[in-house]
Write a protein that binds this ligand. Structure first.
Ligand SMILES: Nc1ncnc2c1ncn2[C@@H]1O[C@H](COP(=O)(O)OP(=O)(O)OP(=O)(O)O)[C@@H](O)[C@H]1O
Ligand SMILES: [Mg+2]
Length: 248
């Protein structure tokens, strides 16, 4: 599968020969330098873009029909909450768009509990910390009960402690919902800590360089980051990334 964009400076091969199969319930991270096509790949899966060659199937169907079933939830780098709506109203937005009226407030409350914000349904985005806003964004993505959660650098803007905490929270939520997760990050340790598989991508053209199975037991614990096994995984990712990140 591939995609070529036409730009003012000619055709740009953003992804070339990408072939990935993701199993239901799997946690897969995409890791790679800026411009290697990570966000493009998420947009292809979500049917925001179409491939110029090859095809994509999501749970056995084309992305367009998966999108009509609302199989996806999308979480972006910044929480993109609407400032004039409180947390509960932000979480309910996808249901309003879908005109889905099945017990919306109970569902919002369950999700607020799931993301650890049970008491914050009435809080507005400006009253929440960055980590809390990101949790509202995760709850909003989960309200349509998606099969696949697409997360594009969701914790990139958080400090290290909050990020580690959010990593644990995400694993807990993933365990509770059994959603398939496709997660974009620039951090090798984050990718190893979270994932079943880490896909390393390279640029010019955007392509897959390594598909690494993470052989660490679950549940994951932050102290695992100090183990030789963990270092072995991050070293393999670094070796795959090098050459891409070295200055020309
Ligand atoms: N709609 C578009 N039109 C033209 N070029 C595009 C378009 N979208 C992305 N590109 C180009 O495709 C390449 C891949 O972009 P993409 O945003 O997927 O990279 P990325 O891996 O997500 O990078 P980053 O880590 O910086 O977010 C880049 O060279 C980008 O300029
Ligand atoms: Mg991107």
């Amino acid at each position: 599968m591939g995609i070529t964009f036409s730009t003012s400076s000619g055709p740009l091969r953003a992804l070339d020969g990408v072939s990935l199969a993701i199993r239901p319930g799997e946690f897969v991270s995409l890791l790679g330098p800026s411009g290697c096509g990570k966000s493009t790949l998420l947009r292809l899966v979500a049917d925001i873009l179409a491939p110029t060659d090859g095809l994509i199937t999501v749970a056995g169907e084309v992305p367009a029909s998966a999108r009509r079933r609302r199989a996806f939830g999308f979480v972006f780098q910044d929480a993109t909450l609407l400032a004039w709506r409180n947390a509960e109203q932000n979480i309910l937005l996808p249901l309003e768009i879908a005109a889905d009226a099945r017990d919306p407030r109970q569902r919002a409350q369950r999700l607020l509990e799931l993301v650890g914000l049970a008491a914050f349904g009435g809080a507005y985005p400006w009253q929440l910390s960055g980590g809390m806003r990101q949790r509202v964004a995760i709850a909003r993505a989960l309200i349509t009960e998606p099969q696949i959660l697409l997360m594009d650098e969701p914790f990139g803007a958080l400090d290290e402690i909050t990020r580690e905490y959010m990593n644990l929270e995400l694993l807990r939520i993933w365990d509770a919902t059994r959603t398939t997760i496709l997660f974009v990050t620039h951090s090798s340790p984050e990718a190893v800590f979270l994932s079943d598989r880490v896909v390393v991508m390279g640029t010019n053209p955007g392509r897959v360089k390594l598909d690494l199975h993470v052989e660490l037991p679950r549940p994951r614990d932050p102290t695992m980051k100090e183990t030789v096994e963990f270092a072995r995984h991050t070293a393999a990712l670094r070796r795959a990334l090098v050459g891409e990140t070295r200055p020309a």
